[in-house]
Design a protein around this ligand. Structure first.
Ligand code: S5P
Length: 259
């Protein structure tokens, strides 16, 4: 059987500052729940963030789906994040050459580098994509999350591609804080945070290829660290009490794998 370390121990092994910070928040707040708030109005996102903030370690955004996005949105979200001690994860899935992603990260409407504690990256363009983030994250300590596997049906992020993404992470472990994945593979060392989307209690999937597992399955059976829940929480009529259920299930799975 695998030997699992505690999140406190993992915080000390982390090679990226945001990874270390996240492991510490998880241990302090006793939550390995991240929520994907895929709502399209600024006030809806902010209201949900404030209502579930005490239950989560990370709030994941897709800022490019917010109809009325503005700088005030980010300003308010940052205040809510520091009030409740969670991190902000912009799920931008950068995938271009280094020089282009540098502009996409720092410029444009969103200025993601100014406020995101972590962002997602696809490795299709090769490891030099990471060089596009270096200037910024040297200053902020932000973390990169590499997409090693995806939750959707027919995903091409499998097999040798997955192995190459893990290798890319290890070669850049100062900048890379962890992986988006569906399972812990032997080669994923303990300095990395493993985050898993495609989580819902009461559904197996949607009509557009999403596939769901339970918190217990991915954390206990598959060995990942953080569950990412979207519609299972924000579409529930009682999002706060539903968030507490996901938090408790994921934390119980974490505790039981330590024994
Ligand atoms: O493989 C992936 C990677 C990600 S980041 N599968 C995913 O679903 N995601 C994201 O997780 C997706 O963009 C969405 O924001 C969230 C899942 O949302 P849900 O509503 O299906 O829980």
């Amino acid at each position: 059987a695998k030997k699992y370390l505690t999140y406190e121990e993992r915080a000390k092994l982390a090679t990226n500052p945001t990874a270390s910070k996240l492991f510490n928040i998880m241990a302090t707040k006793k939550t390995n729940l991240a929520v994907a708030v895929d709502l399209t109005r600024k006030q809806e996102v902010l209201n949900l963030a404030d209502s579930i903030g005490s239950e989560i370690c990370v709030l994941k955004t897709h800022v490019d789906i917010i109809d009325d996005y503005d700088q005030d949105f980010v300003h308010q979200l940052e205040q809510i994040a520091s009030k409740h001690n969670f991190l902000i994860f912009e799920d931008r899935k950068f995938a271009d050459i280094g020089n282009t992603v540098k502009y996409q990260f720092e410029s444009g409407v969103y200025h993601i580098s100014k406020w995101a504690h972590m962002v997602t990256i696809h490795g299709v363009a090769g490891p030099a994509i990471i060089d596009g983030f270096r200037d910024s994250i040297k200053q902020t300590g932000a973390g990169l999350l590499l997409l090693a596997q995806m939750s959707s049906k027919g995903s091409l992020c499998v097999g040798e591609y997955t192995n190459q993404m893990i290798e890319m992470g290890k070669q850049n472990s100062d900048a890379v804080m962890g992986f988006i994945c569906q399972e812990r593979l032997e080669s994923m060392s303990d300095n990395f945070v493993l985050m898993t989307p495609g989580i819902q209690f009461n559904s197996k999937g949607d009509s557009m290829g999403q596939q769901y597992n339970t918190p217990d399955y991915v954390v206990k059976e598959k060995g990942t660290d953080v569950i990412i829940v979207g519609r299972g929480i924000y579409q529930n009529s009682e999002p706060k009490s539903e968030a507490i259920k996901y938090k408790q299930a994921a934390w119980a799975a974490y505790e039981s794998r330590l024994n």
